[in-house]
Design a protein around this ligand. Structure first.
Ligand code: ZN
Length: 306
């Protein structure tokens, strides 16, 4: 239920804000309409581009892009935004979300939820956030951005509802893809929420990486640095397991297909106590990166009574 980079107190506060919002919306059915969320919160969404910098004219005060402060005419601010490779901004003064028109449409939903979340989280209200591809990745490890991603995830997956639903269904990519469709979210963000929320105390991991047999798939973002997502239970029991350990298992089992199912295999992992456990691993390629989950299927000492 909590995310690795978000402290338990912060997670509880973010959950409370998201739950209140969902209540005010009348506990909507998935997929959540972000338009209704914006309406309720009186947030404004606008797009900017080189040919339309009018909404950037609000940014007359200094804006912070990374470590640099920029105070300039709108034209120059646009250049600075481009140079910092920003995809979106949240401007607290005007409660406005600004998205770069050139960002592909399928990414807008996640970006919007992330920016809404900056607006919801009280201790973010003093900042003007400029977000790039790194900060908008659910696996970003800067705390404040992880908080915005966590809030965005809780919002798009309707608070507690997603975890409960996921628990009632078997863990498989078939179900993850169906859940993604039902909630209108990406398969990657659905995998992330499944690993953390389906069974927090079970030993479950997720991985987003390149494809071992087609390194061009996932190369730019994940080549050489596979990202590991862990349930609370996995973190405790397999704190010794590194992203490279998991990736080595993927390299062993991956087939040569570029898209679709890539791995369905059984393997094993050694836990912090040196005990070996069987795991089931399944991978799926969406042709942008390789998505994997693994689950501990046979803990070493299980007493079965009939
Ligand atoms: Zn952000």
């Amino acid at each position: 239920m909590t995310c690795e980079l978000v402290g338990p107190l912060e997670a509880a506060e973010i959950n409370a804000q998201v739950d209140r919002l969902l209540r005010d919306l009348g506990q909507p059915e998935p997929p959540l309409s972000l338009e209704l969320v914006r309406e309720l919160l009186r947030l404004d969404l606008k797009y900017y581009s080189a040919t339309n910098t009018s909404y950037l004219q609000d940014l007359t005060h200094k804006i912070r892009l990374g470590a640099k402060q920029v105070a300039a005419r709108p034209g120059l601010i646009f250049d600075a935004i481009k140079k910092a490779k920003l995809a979106a901004l949240y401007v607290p003064d005007t409660k406005r979300i600004l998205i770069d028109e050139d960002i592909p449409q399928p990414k807008h939903r996640w970006i919007e939820a992330h920016e809404i979340s900056h607006g919801l989280i009280e201790w973010h209200s003093d900042f003007l956030f400029g977000d790039n591809r790194v900060t908008l990745n659910p696996l970003c490890d800067a705390t404040i951005e992880a908080e915005a991603n966590y809030g965005g995830g809780r919002l798009l997956f309707l608070g507690e509802r997603f975890g409960e639903e996921a628990r009632s269904e078997e863990l498989s990519f078939k179900n993850i893809r169906q859940q993604a469709g039902r909630y209108g979210n990406s398969i990657q963000s659905t995998l992330w929420r499944v690993v953390e929320e389906r069974e927090p105390d079970g030993a479950v991991f997720g991985m987003v990486s390149d494809h071992p047999n087609h390194p061009e798939i996932g190369q730019i973002e994940y080549g050489g640095k596979p990202r590991l997502i862990r349930s609370r239970g996995f973190r405790e029991q397999f704190g010794n397991v590194t992203p490279d350990d998991v990736y080595a298992i993927l390299a062993k089992h991956a087939n040569w297909n570029k898209g679709g199912p890539i791995i369905e295999a059984d393997d094993s992992l050694v836990d912090v106590n040196g005990d070996t456990h069987e795991i089931r691993v399944e991978s799926f390629s969406n042709t942008h990166s390789l998505l994997t989950y693994g689950v501990c299927t046979r803990p070493k000492s299980v007493v079965v009574s009939t």
